[in-house]
Design a protein around this ligand. Sequence first.
Ligand code: NAI
Length: 727
Amino acid sequence: MPESTTIRWEQNGDGVVTLVLDDPSQSANTMNAAFSASLEAVVDRLDAERDTIRGIVITSAKKTFFAGGDLRDLIRATPEHAEQAFEAGMRVKRQLRRLETLGKPVVAAINGAALGGGYEIALACHHRIALDAPGSKIGLPEVTLGLLPGGGGVVRTVRLLGIADALLKVLLQGTQYSPKRALDAGLIHEVAATPEEMLAAARAFIDSHPESVQPWDAKGYRIPGGTPSDRKFAANLPAFPANLTKQLNGAPYPAPRNILAAAVEGAQVDFDTAQVIEARYFTELVIGRTSKNMIQAFFFDMQAVNAGRSRPESVEARTVRKVAVLGAGMMGAGIAYSCARAGIDVVLKDVSLEAAARGKAHSARLLDKAVAKGRTTPEERAALLGRITPAADPAALAGSDAVIEAVFEDPQLKHTVFQEIQDIVAPDALLCSNTSTLPITLLAEGVKRAEDFVGLHFFSPVDKMPLVEIIKGERTGDEALARAFDLVRQIRKTPIVVNDSRGFFTSRVIGQFINEGVAMVGEGADPASVEQAAAQAGYPAKVLSLMDELTLTLPRKIRNESRRAVEEAGGVWPEHPAEAVIDRVIDEFGRTGRSGGAGFYDYADDGRRIRLWPGLREHFAKEGAGVPFEDMKERMLFAEALDAVRCLEENVITSVADANIGSILGIGFPAWTGGVLQYINGYEGGLPGFVSRARELQAAYGDRFAPPKLLIDKAARGETFLDVTGA
Ligand code: NAI
């Protein structure tokens, strides 16, 4: 066996070999070259010693069972590596295939997370037992990184579950299952409560199945639910690509298409040919741009963000035990739920006990749904609700070690509520405001300890949205910043750190997207095409419908306040062509958005969206006007990306990773790009290519597309915004 073995061979003389996955070079096992060599050596030995072997158990010495592909390798795979990537995949596949056809029972004793490659190893075993431990997740999440499972995962899930279930339950969404839910979905065979129980069950399986074969190798096997060669199945098949196309809405995500193709084509041929088909589709993805962008964002940037690169290092971590949430409206209620879910005691305060109780009822509703779906138990529901205490009397906040304020967006009111409670909560309590537009520096003037005051900008709906923007005011101290960071992590959300400035980072950047969409309507572009362009660019929300959700009056109010501030400071407000369109839609036609019953869309009385308002075409379309479709898509993406560069330039944001993650998780910048700055790195021709395209857009549509100096300089120096991996 090679010296650098990552698989330990253990044998007690009873004929059962335990293969312990334990890569000595890293904290988790990955599918690297050493693993592949070890696997080959191990399977050779199993084959050679088969007469003395009764069965095989595969388990791991690490906290996770097996982490999957080595993303550091995958992100470097360029088109020149196509052959190599294909071969590497085939090598692992061939060994796993030999393992499952040895004629000996092989059991996966899954002692921790088995995602991606980890679950693919388990799929090549005849029996899968998972330990019911916290953090034990099972599934094939490759699609969320722009890839497909290339270790036999498509071939085997299709044969295990059938084409439809494999696609819908496992492959296309990349769902990560808890052991119990994995059992229900048919992904594993048993759940064990303890490691001892797991190993005993593994042995019991070996004892009772001396000559295991995989279901797909058994005589008379047929793929569950049929294959395209069955007439009945074939009749339903066209629905798949059609649904997929509809779901993707033309957005440039190659992975789902390749997964579909690998599953359907692979189901019509024998196992070995299917493996080759899977390897081809995998290779195409791994050498492409999208997987690199997504790996960059969801792995490297996410790691940088979570590891706290923007958190002051010197401050020791502290845990919040009791939090005071001020204001039990939409945001306060959601914040209370998220804190209680993380085990924190919450006092939810509003002007009356009834109002506070209404806020708590929001948690009860969320939990009722979770219980009904089996995501939580009635006991956990009761415990979580028990942690939320509604209150009207400020005295109830005594001893809180953090305050999160979410009352109406009124600086005077915010000052008043902090005055009321600052001497009641713990003397060193962290003071946070969830304001969406007011300067943190200004709000901090209203409290005695401005250094402990920080912005904590949540997104709606709070229970679903993973991002929190931490806003550092001029006087915010390192201690408060670090504690805010830790609190966001404690409630299992993702923090990014932003310096106080108008619109912070996310609202400012998304404002560019919305303005650009509206501006195109003003230029006479077909509104339906504008919406379609947003969808095809990969935005989860279409631009005009998003504007309607936010209401047209809100950005106008913010704009007017900002304009006043700029002009009072002696500056000139940079007029945006969208402003005149919004003003006209509100003032001339009285349309203010969905909550007002009419906006860019028409709505039914029950709030249902009916259609784009025909008046848009009537009043704004111009003869001969029109924006090329490709320009429409790029104008939205460029408007946001260029503004993100300006945010870096102006020190509003200081980390590339924060910008990328914040843009995807907070404001729906298309995930295939890898985030708002990674989009620039990945643009055709790199930074110089992006700069020259920005100049074209500038010439055609206005100076807001002028490339900022930071971008021009970086392009000239041959640099990128990729400061995390350096890849
Ligand atoms: P909301 O109107 O739903 O709730 C505000 C709550 O504050 C009401 O329940 C009200 O009774 C309560 N309140 C008023 N005076 C109070 C006092 N003296 N003491 C305690 N409670 C008092 O408002 P929403 O949407 O929850 O917004 C709250 C804050 O969050 C605002 O600053 C808003 O800008 C910000 N925000 C809102 C977002 C959104 O999507 N709605 C997103 C991010 C931030």
